[in-house]
Design a protein around this ligand. Structure first.
Ligand code: 4AD
Length: 463
């Protein structure tokens, strides 16, 4: 009939007396004799609908039928907007309720594997000894992810995720970058052989891209001076940790530089301050919802991001009684401790560690021209965990070949990549960000599976 479907967010006392039609889920339903109270939900919004048996429109049968509709079913409710004497407790739309005239079940829900209310418990309630409810394990949640995602906290997490991508795009487009899309089916490993998914590509061996690394650099060689990409990244990570996935979303950029890779860090700095400010202002309600279920300290960051040379970081760790290898990589444990030191010393959870030892960086990383033990590279951390790695790249084909040989990379597998630098290539650099990690660490969450819509880990390929 073309009748308008209303959103809960559109309802207000001004509509009092008006007939409206809404579609949503049965969040809760309770029949009591001649009446029935139904809480209708649309995403995180809820409104109460009340059915009373009367002579005209609502029959006993209608009340009985409605009372028996299972939770989470999709229903159409037609009713009159009504301003109750008291605000409706527990509903997001508390100023009005619906005097329902008819309820139609559009899609009936099967019995639920867990209660959404149980999946929405606050951490502090879970700790309570007299807890009267079931705890829902992460595995059960993930097995039934399409139900789990309906909780307010999960609705909030994926809105924050969407905002991060939007802010990333906005900031970079404003800086003169262009968005590109690079192939995910490629001939060789892009980040080293250990964690590559190999596959059959029409009878020869192919790989799933471990990053857009080679292709974003080849775009630079094709005269696209500033490029970025948001896309899937595949890693055959055998490690089963709180921060590794086998598929994640990479936010990558690459840009030409004139004199120094500081130019890349300047872009990074503006980009992240813009993104953090943007999440705080645009997603205040979401951040609050996440905080309510999973309390954490809000992210501390500076207007100009702190930059610490790797050597200085090692010195601070030594001073604090740790024994880092001054030319080795940082362990997860040391990264975390350095994060704590930075927080105490500079009151920031977000900082850049630059000039890493060359030996621990990928072959395409530019050696430090002053001291070849080091490289023009950096990692960026939130709360002591890595979210970004980046560098200036080698743009000379001969040096790139030499570096690949040092890393024992079969040259035939990367020949077209090396060739791209033989016809004039500008100095350039860039970095890659893990989207799920940024959201996890910005929100102070404990597991990356919480920020991946349908996480892929060594054990999980469904749903
Ligand atoms: O440190 P990675 O491997 O660096 C690269 O891919 C380079 N090509 C980037 C560059 O431009 N130099 O990955 C970049 C980021 C990490 O900092 C981390 O946030 C995320 O990607 N990441 C993962 N996220 C989830 N699961 C995994 N297994 C991840 N591996 C890396």
């Amino acid at each position: 009939s073309g009748e308008k479907y209303y959103q809960i967010s559109e309802l207000s006392p001004e509509l009092s007396g008006q007939k409206v039609l809404l579609r949503g889920r049965v969040h809760n339903v309770r029949g009591k004799g001649k009446s029935c109270f139904l809480v209708l939900r649309q995403q995180t919004g809820t409104v109460q609908a009340v059915l009373f048996v009367d002579d005209k429109t609502v029959s006993r049968g209608m009340v009985k039928y409605t009372s028996a509709i299972p939770k989470e079913s999709i229903v159409d409710i037609s009713g009159e907007v009504h301003v109750p004497q008291e605000p409706v407790a527990g509903c997001t739309c508390s100023q009005v309720e619906l005097k329902a005239m008819s309820v139609k079940c559009v899609s009936r829900a099967a019995p639920l594997p867990f209660e959404l209310a149980d999946a929405s418990r606050k951490e502090e309630d879970l700790q309570r000894e007299d807890a009267q409810f079931a705890t829902v394990t992460q595995d059960t949640r993930l097995e039934n992810r399409w139900i789990d995602l309906r909780t307010p906290v999960n609705q909030a997490i994926f809105r924050v995720q969407s905002a991060v991508c939007q802010l990333f795009r906005e900031a970079l487009l404003a800086e003169g970058f262009q968005e590109i899309h690079t192939p995910k089916l490629i001939a060789g490993a892009s980040e080293g052989g250990a964690s590559v998914f190999r596959l059959d590509y029409m009878g020869r061996e192919g790989c799933l891209a471990q990053s857009p690394q080679f292709y974003k650099q080849m775009a630079i060689c094709s005269d696209m001076a500033r490029v970025f990409e948001l896309g899937p990244v595949f890693r055959a990570e055998k490690s089963f940790t709180h921060r590794h996935l086998c598929e994640f979303t990479g936010l990558d950029l690459e840009m030409t530089i004139n004199e120094h890779y500081n130019e890349v860090l300047d872009v990074l700095d503006r980009l992240f301050v813009y993104m953090f400010d943007g999440i705080k202002s645009r997603c205040a309600a979401e951040v609050k919802a996440i905080q309510e279920q999973f309390p954490s300290e809000p992210l501390a960051y500076l207007p100009k991001t702190l930059r610490i040379p790797f050597e200085e970081g090692m010195r601070l760790l030594q001073e604090a009684g740790f024994e880092p290898d001054p030319l080795g990589d940082l362990t997860t444990e040391l990264e975390r401790n350095l994060g704590k030191i930075m927080k105490e010393k500079y009151n920031t959870d977000f900082y850049i560690l630059y000039r890493y030892p060359l030996a621990v960086r990928p072959f395409y990383t530019m050696p430090d021209p002053e001291d070849a033990r080091y490289s023009n590279s950096f990692d960026v951390f939130i709360r002591g965990e890595e979210i970004i790695s980046g560098a200036q790249r080698v743009h000379d084909a001969a040096l790139l070949t030499e570096r690949a040989q040092v890393h024992e990379i079969p040259l035939e597998s990367i020949q077209s990549y090396i060739n791209a630098f033989k016809f004039g290539a500008p100095p350039h650099g860039g970095f890659g960000v893990g989207l799920e990690r940024v959201v996890m660490l910005f929100c102070g969450l404990d597991n990356i599976r919480k920020t991946s819509l349908f996480p892929r880990d060594p054990k999980r390929l469904t749903p």
